[in-house]
Design a protein around this ligand. Structure first.
Ligand code: HEC
Ligand code: HEC
Length: 339
């Protein structure tokens, strides 16, 4: 591309002075990206309003689940960070699940889905579909539930016009994914990346530490993580005072020497999504930061440094989009009873 010096000078003068002088911001822009305002396509298909509206109904509807009580919101509650607040999420019939439910906010932008896996799982982990309602429902029963309610029949027809058999588990997944794609939470950090606001001084210092100490090596890109899997204890096992209570994820690798890998999760809204780590074993964010320093970087961060990094992480707490509680279609005599 040819550059016209006079034109460049014009744009340079037109840009706000703070943006011009901010080398930290330039550095940050080479590692991170601001959240997009919206996601227009998924898997090459345009996301339509009708799909989003249907997905929102499904997301809030506990009747899809075999027990008639477990909506997606049971473990991904948009009112409280979009995640599960329990260390291990509660499943069907109130059984404890094996893992902490990650937040649904911005999850569409995670390249790597799910917390962990053995090497051979990971090839599929990026493509495994987390929007399948089979997670909470038997597909045949779910289809019978949906087809029994005229309100759902109309909503599926509107979302998937021209399809002869619109009520299917795959279309339900597509609608759920469409709704989830609207759950983006732009944060003060995004404003700053775009040159539209300042960061508090402590947060700037924390960001500089986050970059210099190497956190951004694994927590980078648009979601500051969510894209890659790593062994824990890359550098060394954290000291007992900083070991997560259960210690399981750190012990697992030791057990058989196999490469047990965990996803370096997105750090967006991390101030809202305690407890931390795949087992939800740590409730304090500065402590989680110190554990990361020790186990992944071999660095002993002081409490003051961990607090500065935490001040930076607080700027990733985003604005939650307004979500109207949907009024769901009425059941009919044909609606199967919960199991
Ligand atoms: C019983 C609790 C529970 C329910 C109900 C539930 N989920 Fe999840 N969800 C989880 C857990 C736990 C994980 C992490 C699983 C893993 O990593 O293996 C997860 C992961 C996800 C992810 C991946 C997030 C990421 O960070 O990449 C998405 C998306 C998701 N669920 C959507 C849904 C939708 C849509 C529904 C409703 C159809 C639903 N979930 C119902 C517990 C639940
Ligand atoms: C070598 C890669 C790597 C580096 C470097 C790294 N992390 Fe992590 N981070 C991970 C992995 C993997 C996990 C998930 C651990 C788990 O699931 O138990 C994680 C999880 C976290 C969590 C908890 C996320 C959640 O949702 O519970 C926080 C907070 C965090 N990292 C912050 C940091 C900070 C701050 C630094 C720098 C001091 C850092 N990380 C450096 C790989 C890394």
């Amino acid at each position: 591309m040819r550059v016209f010096p006079a034109l460049c000078l014009f744009f340079a003068l037109a840009a706000p002075m703070s943006a011009l002088a901010d080398s930290l911001r330039d550095h940050a822009l080479s590692l991170f990206e601001p959240l997009p305002e919206r996601i227009a396509t998924l898997d090459g298909r345009t996301v339509t309003e009708a799909e989003v509206a249907l997905g929102q109904m499904l997301f809030f509807d506990p009747r899809l689940a075999d027990d008639g009580a477990t909506a997606c919101t049971a473990c991904h509650d948009p009112a409280t960070g979009g995640d599960g607040n329990r260390p291990m999420s509660m499943g069907h019939a109130w059984q404890g699940g094996p893992q902490n439910a990650p937040t649904i906010f911005n999850a569409t932008l995670n390249g790597a889905r799910f917390w962990q896996g053995w090497d051979e799982d990971l090839a599929q982990a990026g493509t495994r579909d987390p929007y399948r309602a089979e997670r909470i429902a038997t597909p045949d029963r779910m289809v019978a539930v949906l087809a029994s309610m005229p309100g759902y029949v109309a909503a599926f027809e509107a979302a998937f016009p021209g399809e002869t058999n619109p009520i299917r588990p795959e279309t339900a997944s597509r609608a759920l994914a469409a709704f989830a794609s609207t759950l983006l939470t732009p944060a003060p950090f995004d404003d700053w990346l775009r040159g539209e606001g300042a960061l508090p001084d402590e947060a700037r210092k924390g960001l500089a530490l986050f970059i210099d100490r190497g956190c951004a090596g694994c927590h980078q890109g648009v979601n500051l993580g969510g894209d890659s899997y790593h062994p824990l204890r890359v550098a060394r096992v954290p000291g007992t005072e900083a070991l997560p209570e259960s210690g399981v994820c750190f012990a697992l690798e030791e057990a058989d020497g196999a490469e047990y890998l965990y996803r370096a999760g997105s750090l967006r809204n991390i101030t809202r999504t305690s407890p931390y780590f795949s087992e939800g074993s740590v409730r304090s964010l500065p402590l989680a930061v110190q554990i990361m320093g020790r186990s992944q970087l071999g660095t002993d961060l002081t409490e003051a440094e961990a607090d500065l990094i935490t001040a930076f992480l607080a700027t990733l707490q985003g604005r939650v989009p307004p979500i109207t509680l949907p009024v769901l279609p009425d059941e009919t005599a044909l609606t199967p009873a919960p199991n």
